[in-house]
Ligand binder design. Structure first.
Ligand SMILES: NC(=O)c1ccc[n+]([C@@H]2O[C@H](COP(=O)([O-])OP(=O)(O)OC[C@H]3O[C@@H](n4cnc5c(N)ncnc54)[C@H](OP(=O)(O)O)[C@@H]3O)[C@@H](O)[C@H]2O)c1
Length: 240
């Protein structure tokens, strides 16, 4: 019976995936597209499009540095002009920096983590929300990290920026709770991606969560089945 509740029908929805060239973002683009959505993705580096997204059909891709207000403004204006609204925003832009003590950490590295993980989230949310408020509908999902609730050590900039994202999500969700807009985030630990396998070749990959498992949780948070959930930070840790 429960299976009947999870419909995964996104037909007619306008979906924006930031970081569409990344491991999670590219899978999300294909996922939403295959369930009927009009899907728009962003990338930063032209090269990564060729690597992760082979000839995406029916998916619009825009170059956008999500740490730049002008880029984000122009992206959202372009989508608004073409589609009139954005129903679902999944922000996957982010980056990791670990293995460095706070003593050795450079100010530039600290700022980069906060730029990628927090400023980007702020800018994209700030510019997409007015469209959602206008249409009276919206689903926003950010990718934070389990490290945002429990740091591993030697990851102060990453952990603090992801922790900040959790509070950001909670705060914004309360701002828009009366407007049929939900704002949530997911908290994966290590995801089984190509780049993680390359960085940690001796790890037991079986213990890592699969990309598709993260995608399924994001799909739920992007669907009307999760209309009663907002401001949540959902751990996505275990893979079988
Ligand atoms: N992978 C994990 O184990 C893991 C665990 C916990 C949380 N997360 C979080 O999950 C999210 C996605 O992870 P992922 O593994 O898919 O990462 P990824 O493969 O490295 O992808 C990151 C994406 O962000 C884009 N990006 C980077 N800097 C940008 C900028 N300044 N402006 C616009 N786009 C920018 C990249 O674009 P280009 O490819 O064009 O550079 C890429 O599309 C991140 O927020 C990450 O912190 C990941």
């Amino acid at each position: 019976m429960v299976a009947n509740l999870i419909q995964h029908d996104f037909s007619g929805k306008i979906v924006l995936i930031t970081g569409g060239s990344g491991a999670i973002g590219s899978r999300l683009l294909n996922f939403f597209s295959s369930y009927g959505a009009t899907t728009v993705g962003t990338y930063r580096d032209e090269m990564s499009i060729d690597i992760t997204l082979s000839k995406p059909e029916g998916i619009d891709l825009f170059r956008c540095n999500t740490m730049e207000d002008a880029d984000v403004t122009s992206l959202v204006n372009t989508i608004a002009k073409k589609h009139g609204r954005i129903d679902i925003l999944v922000n996957t832009v982010g980056g990791y920096l670990g293995g460095k003590s706070v003593v050795d950490l450079e100010e530039e590295e600290w700022n980069k983590m906060f730029g990628l993980n927090l400023l980007s989230a702020f800018l994209i949310t700030k510019h997409v929300l007015p469209l959602m408020l206008r249409s009276g509908y919206g689903k926003v999902v950010h990718i934070s990290s389990y490290t945002g609730v429990s740091a591993q050590g030697l990851d102060s900039a990453y952990a603090s920026s992801k922790a900040g994202l959790i509070r950001f999500v909670e705060s914004v969700s309360k701002e828009v709770k009366d407007y049929n807009i939900t704002v949530n985030c997911v908290l994966p630990l290590i995801i089984d991606t190509k780049s993680n396998r390359k960085m940690m070749p001796d790890a037991n990959f079986k213990h890592w969560v699969k990309i598709d498992e993260v995608v399924k949780i994001i799909a739920f948070l992007s669907s009307d089945d999760s209309r009663a959930m907002t401001g949540s930070a959902v751990p996505v840790l275990k893979s079988t």
